[in-house]
Every structure is written in structure tokens, then in C-alpha cells.
Design a protein around this ligand. Structure first.
Ligand SMILES: CCCCCCCC/C=C\C=C\CC(=O)SCCNC(=O)CCNC(=O)[C@H](O)C(C)(C)COP(=O)(O)OP(=O)(O)OC[C@H]1O[C@@H](n2cnc3c(N)ncnc32)[C@H](O)[C@@H]1OP(=O)(O)O
Length: 525
């Protein structure tokens, strides 16, 4: 199994809603803190609360008037938090402060445990904190209600800040692309640009003046890295570093390319906004020839999932196959054919464990199904939040257990029912149906069917759509939808293992498994 890490760049909540709002208000820009505040990389596994942080820069500034004081509600709630707030607010407005390491992240106020700052600059959380519009979004965002102090209060005290609770789903590139502004907009002429540093993968949005654009670019030095850069045509690229100073190096590297490439119809240069970083892991199943779920592969998967869940820099996993033409052939029949009961029990427990982990994972799981996906393979896919299937009639998906003379356990059945409904499951399970892509889409087994070469990119776009939702809300909702099904297995896990072992160890079942395996081998010949 291969684990590849890639980065989906994320625009900050205050991605400008009009050119005027960002660039023509010189006054605002002048007062704009040249040391922009940032939020830590999305970590909102926690309930919606404010986390304020900033990136320290170099240079001194003249001290502005001291802040008005901590918000009254905060002071009443917690004197310590209030004191912290007071001193942080003071520091933010440029008052003399103790020496701080340039580039370090300072948490201004948080009632959450302080999160570790990733050591690698790649992992450094960041984003542009743009005060304009923050208040507006605060009012409309559900998370704002639970903020220990509101955006309005903070703005009133003169602090420019970036409360995570104000993150707006519509600020994602995909959302922006689907925004009204673009819905009827002709896609731009394809832009090809490649130099030794960067190659443009895709350009979103228009090339007309006053139009936003987003570029997905690949950074060569960083092969799995995908950079999302956004901006408004015709504006000055030199804005980019002030929007996101920690990413200056990348912006400078990238700017010459895409900007030059896009500048033809739009002006001499383009601003690039490199905003919040999100990390997505791409997990490739690699157990040739057919990615059968051997005990080893199951164990690997469980361990990798656990690692990624514990690594707070990740928010999503794209699960795909490294074996040509097969996503996953399901249970490795050699693990349950001719084996002793103890081995079968160990194997089944690993299968349960994987399903439980995937089904209840706090990460967004997207299955990029680039091959056949029968039985256990289908279960892996169904445990994900979203499925993208390659449009190839040979890539069929479904639970075909009955055709092998075996019965899907209740939790596989439940997963099926939860996905495609009772009647469709009843029919498909009894008939052991394996659906070709068009039918799989129709029945609701997959969410998208796309040409084979677009499976990964579509999975990435889907991921962006899912990541646009605040984690805590999405996770709680996922839990609400899936917990009862998972609990059912948790309550009777041992009994389920016993059932499985006694079932597959029956002579008749062993014979039919053997015959099935033989058939598979002969078919190959
Ligand atoms: C009272 C009730 C109690 C509860 C009881 C519960 C019991 C429930 C039990 C089980 C639930 C099971 C779910 C499952 O997942 S069962 C597995 C079902 N899987 C399949 O049916 C898929 C079979 N494979 C295929 O259809 C094809 O191989 C395919 C994936 C479409 C790929 O086709 P192709 O590329 O043409 O590859 P080949 O067919 O030539 O196969 C290449 C070699 O791989 C071997 N193979 C294939 N699948 C498996 C498998 N699942 N396990 C082990 N080995 C597999 C195949 O034999 C070839 O081997 P060789 O190279 O040695 O010839």
C-alpha cells in the first residue's frame, strides 16, 4: 500500500467578493496590518470556537493607541482569558512587545488547548486574515454563535483577526467556481504553462478583467504538492506575499509562471493568493494482482488510518488502487479457504476493525474507484463518504456474496441499505448484482462516474467540496448518521466473529469457496 501526501490549497474565507472590496479601498489596505494574522491549518475537529493566531514578521512599527480592553463578556467569563486577550490585542495593534521569533505563530486567544505548530514550513498553518468582511460573515455563520466572543466585539476592540469559526464554505475554489458569477461564464482558454519550477494543471474562473481566477499548479520541487492560487485578473502580483507571508517562497517560485501565462488578456501580472493549507492523503492500495484484502493489507490499512487520524494536519484521505483494472477484489479468499478457525477469526476481526474505522472516520474519505470493485471492495468504497467511479463497463461494483454461496453479514447489509435504500439492497443482495458504472450511478452506489483519466482529479474536487464544510459540523453529522449502524456491530462483535468462523469453516462453504477460487484461476488460464 502506498501513502502519498498531497496538499490542497485552500482560499481563505475572505476571498474578495469584488475587486473593489480588496484593491480599490486603498485606505483599508494602508491600514491593513502588514503582518497578516492567520489561523492555524484547519483543525476544527473541535467545536466551533475562536482560535486567533498570527505570524510574526520582521520590523518595528509605531505603537498605535492601546486597545479599549477585553470584552466584558470574556472578562466576566474568565479573568485569565481576559488578561490574555488584553495583552494579545495590545500586541496586535503594534504596541512594543517582547522579542518574538520571526515566523513563529502566536496564539492570541483561545480557550482550546494550544495546538502544536507543525515544524515543516510546508505544514505551517497559514492564511490571509483579512479583517474586511469578517463581521459580516460572523453574523451569518452558525459557528459564530458559539464563539467565546463575537467577531463584532473583536473588531470593535480594533483587532484584526482570523477566527476559525468564521471560515466560509463558499470560499473554496470549487465553490467559487460554482458560484453564480461563474456558473454561466465561459471557461477560460486553456492555459499551458510549464517551467522548471511549476506547471499549471488547471485554471478556474475567467480571464476577463475583474474576474477572479484560481490556478491549480504543480510544484516540481514538491512532486505531490498541488498549489491553489487565486486572484483577480490585472492586479499586482506583489500583493501575494503580504497576503500570505509564510508562503512567500512558494508564491515567488510560482508567480513567474502562471502569472505570466495568464497575463495575456488581463494585464501585466496577476495577484496570487495562496491561502489556507489543507492536507489530503492519497492512499493507494497495492496488493497485486487484485488488491485482495489479505490480513496484511487489512492491518496496514487500519494502521495507516489510525496514523492519519492522529495526525491533525490531515483532514481527508483519497483511497484508490495502484493495481491496474482492479480497485479491490474483496476478501482474500485464500485467507478463509483451508485455514483453521483461529486464523479465520483473526482475519474477520481485522475486517471488522477496518470497517469500523473507515465508517466512523473523522476524516473525509473519498474513494477514487479506478477498477473492479466487488464484494469487500465495495464495502471499502461504501465506508467512504463519497465515491467516484471510472466509466468503464468492466469496472463493476456491488455485493456479490450470494454468487459465492456465502451471505453478507448484517453490517455489510446495513451499509448497503444506508447507501442505496432497502428495496434496491434487497434485490441487489439476493441477486448478487454487480453494477456497471451507469447503473451504479443510477442506483446511488456511487456519486460520480467520470472518464478514467479524471477519476483522481474528480476525487480531489469532491474532497475540496467536503472539506469546505467545518469539520466539527460534518463529523458530528456523520456520526449521527452512522453511529447506530456501527454500534450494532460493536454490540455483537464477538458473536459476529463466531458466526463468521462457524459459517466459513463448514465443509460445504469451504467446498464452494474452493470451487470459486478454482474457477477464478481457470478463468485466467
Ligand atoms: C449466518 C451468517 C453468518 C455470517 C457469515 C458471513 C460470511 C460472509 C463472508 C464473506 C463476505 C465476503 C465478502 C467478499 O469480499 S468475498 C470475495 C468476493 N470477491 C470476488 O468475488 C472477486 C473475485 N475476483 C474477480 O472477480 C476478479 O478477480 C476481478 C477482481 C474482477 C479481477 O479480474 P482479473 O483482473 O481478470 O483477475 P483474475 O480474475 O485473473 O485474478 C487474478 C488472480 O487473483 C486471484 N483472485 C481474484 N480474486 C481473489 C480474491 N477475492 N481472493 C483471492 N484471490 C483472488 C485469482 O484467483 C487469480 O489468481 P491466480 O493468479 O493465482 O490465478
Amino acid at each position: 500500500m502506498d501513502l502519498i501526501h498531497c496538499c490542497v490549497r485552500w482560499p481563505w474565507k475572505n476571498f474578495p467578493t469584488s475587486k473593489t472590496s480588496l484593491f480599490q479601498k486603498e485606505e483599508r489596505l494602508r491600514h491593513y496590518n502588514p503582518l497578516p494574522l492567520t489561523v492555524p491549518a484547519f483543525s476544527n475537529r473541535m467545536p466551533a470556537q475562536c482560535v486567533f493566531s498570527r505570524i510574526e514578521g520582521k520590523g518595528k512599527r509605531s505603537p498605535p493607541p492601546p486597545p479599549g480592553g477585553a470584552p466584558a463578556k470574556l472578562a466576566a467569563a474568565s479573568p485569565v482569558a481576559s488578561r490574555k486577550w488584553r495583552s494579545s490585542a495590545h500586541a496586535l495593534r503594534g504596541a512594543p512587545r517582547r522579542a518574538q521569533t520571526p515566523g513563529s505563530v502566536t496564539y492570541v486567544q483561545s480557550n482550546l488547548p494550544r495546538r502544536p505548530v507543525p515544524r515543516s514550513p510546508r505544514l505551517r498553518p497559514g492564511g490571509a486574515a483579512r479583517a474586511p468582511g469578517a463581521g459580516r460573515t460572523a453574523r451569518s455563520h452558525p459557528g459564530a454563535a458559539t464563539c467565546p466572543f463575537s467577531a463584532k466585539m473583536a473588531l470593535a476592540s480594533g483587532v484584526r483577526f482570523a477566527p476559525r469559526a468564521l471560515l466560509r464554505p463558499w470560499s473554496s475554489p470549487v465553490e467559487l467556481f460554482h458560484h453564480d458569477r461563474y456558473r454561466h461564464h465561459e471557461p477560460p482558454a486553456p492555459v499551458h504553462y510549464e517551467d522548471k519550477h511549476v506547471s499549471v494543471v488547471k485554471v478556474w474562473g475567467g480571464t476577463e478583467p475583474s474576474r477572479y481566477f484560481l490556478i491549480t499548479a504543480r510544484i516540481h520541487k514538491w512532486p505531490s504538492g498541488i498549489l491553489r492560487l487565486g486572484g483577480i485578473n490585472g492586479d499586482d502580483i506583489s500583493e501575494a506575499p503580504r497576503v500570505c507571508p509564510w508562503a512567500r517562497r512558494w508564491v515567488q517560485t510560482a508567480s513567474a509562471g502562471p502569472a505570466a501565462a495568464l497575463s495575456t488578456g488581463a494585464g501585466p501580472s496577476l495577484p496570487l493568493f495562496l491561502l489556507l493549507a489543507e492536507w489530503v492523503a492519497v492512499m493507494k492500495l497495492r496488493n497485486p494482482p487484485v488488491n485482495a484484502l489479505s490480513l496484511e493489507l487489512l492491518t496496514e490499512l487500519v494502521i495507516s488510518l489510525e496514523k492519519l487520524e492522529n495526525d491533525k494536519t490531515f483532514r481527508g484521505i483519497i483511497l484508490t488502487s495502484d493495481c491496474p483494472r482492479v480497485f479491490c477484489a474483496g476478501l482474500d479468499l485464500t485467507e478463509i479457504c483451508g485455514r483453521n478457525p483461529a486464523h479465520c477469526a483473526e482475519y474477520w476481526k481485522a475486517m471488522q476493525e477496518l470497517w469500523l474505522r473507515m465508517y466512523l472516520s473523522s476524516l473525509v474519505l473519498v474513494a477514487a474507484i479506478n477498477g473492479a470493485c466487488p464484494a469487500g471492495g465495495c464495502i471499502i468504497a461504501l465506508s467512504c463518504d463519497c465515491r467516484v467511479l471510472a466509466d468503464n463497463p468492466k469496472y463493476r461494483i456491488g455485493l456479490n456474496e450470494t454468487l459465492l454461496g456465502i451471505i453478507a453479514p448484517f453490517w455489510l447489509k446495513d451499509t448497503y441499505v444506508n447507501t442505496i435504500g432497502h428495496r434496491a439492497s434487497e434485490q441487489a443482495l439476493q441477486l448478487g448484482s454487480l453494477f456497471p458504472p451507469a447503473e451504479a450511478l443510477q442506483v446511488g452506489l456511487v456519486d460520480q462516474v467520470v472518464p478514467e483519466d479524471q477519476v483522481q482529479s474528480t476525487a480531489l474536487s469532491e474532497m475540496a467540496r467536503w472539506l469546505a464544510v467545518p469539520d466539527h459540523a460534518r463529523q458530528l453529522t456523520k456520526n449521527m448518521m452512522r453511529k447506530a449502524t456501527a454500534d450494532r456491530l460493536l454490540r455483537q462483535r464477538d458473536a459476529d466473529t463466531q458466526n463468521f468462523v462457524s459459517f466459513v469453516c463448514r465443509d460445504s462453504i469451504q467446498k464452494s469457496l474452493q470451487a470459486y477460487l478454482e474457477k477464478l484461476r481457470q478463468r485466467k488460464g
